[in-house]
Design a binder for this molecule. Structure first.
Ligand SMILES: C[C@@H](C(=O)O)C(=O)SCCNC(=O)CCNC(=O)[C@H](O)C(C)(C)COP(=O)(O)OP(=O)(O)OC[C@H]1O[C@@H](n2cnc3c(N)ncnc32)[C@H](O)[C@@H]1OP(=O)(O)O
Ligand SMILES: [Co+2]
Length: 137
């Protein structure tokens, strides 16, 4: 029985720089670093209260997922942070130099308003911000 999505891992060339991004720019809680000798790997964790896996596909062969599948055949595509004020967070992140893929949030899954940050301005990771709609439970 799988009970939780424990983590999504992002490979980064500079751990301190990446910690700064998620701690300072996105305001996540930082749990600390650990070097795992057996894997010769440094880790840093940012716990979040709940998460989901979203599978994304392109049934009609169009849109960004079609292009991604064509190029990479599949893989980890994006992280999505839930926000309770998408306009404020977009303004705050724009101020910090993040480049957004649209001027304003638009409709996402289950009535959310969503907007994406360009992976080029975010260490190679595509990040979505999502604000639940009024019908969200
Ligand atoms: C329904 C909603 C929801 O949850 O509610 C969703 O999630 S919808 C999820 C689907 N929707 C989206 O993804 C919308 C936002 N995405 C986009 O607009 C696009 O996918 C872009 C991120 C702008 C990439 O499109 P573009 O046409 O530029 O593709 P491209 O293949 O030329 O890629 C340009 C550069 O970005 C990199 N790149 C492309 N996709 C990436 C990804 N998912 N993660 C990290 N890097 C990525 C490529 O490797 C390439 O880097 P190099 O130049 O180094 O080779
Ligand atoms: Co998404």
């Amino acid at each position: 029985m799988i009970t939780a999505l424990d983590h999504i891992a992002i490979a980064v060339p500079d751990l301190d720089e990446a910690i700064k991004r998620f701690l300072e720019d996105f305001g996540l809680t930082y749990k600390g670093q650990e070097y795992v000798e057996s894997q010769k790997t440094a880790t840093a964790f940012f716990p979040l209260p709940e998460t989901q896996i979203e599978l994304v596909a392109s049934p009609d062969g169009e849109g960004p997922i079609a292009k991604y599948i064509e190029k990479k055949g599949g893989g980890i595509h994006h992280l999505c942070f839930r926000t309770d004020d998408i306009h404020a967070d977009v303004a705050m992140l724009k101020e910090k130099g993040y480049q957004f893929l649209s001027d304003a949030p638009g409709p996402g899954a289950h009535g959310c308003q969503v907007i994406f940050i360009h992976p080029k301005s975010c260490g190679g990771v595509l990040i979505e911000l999502s604000q639940p709609g009024d019908d969200h439970h």
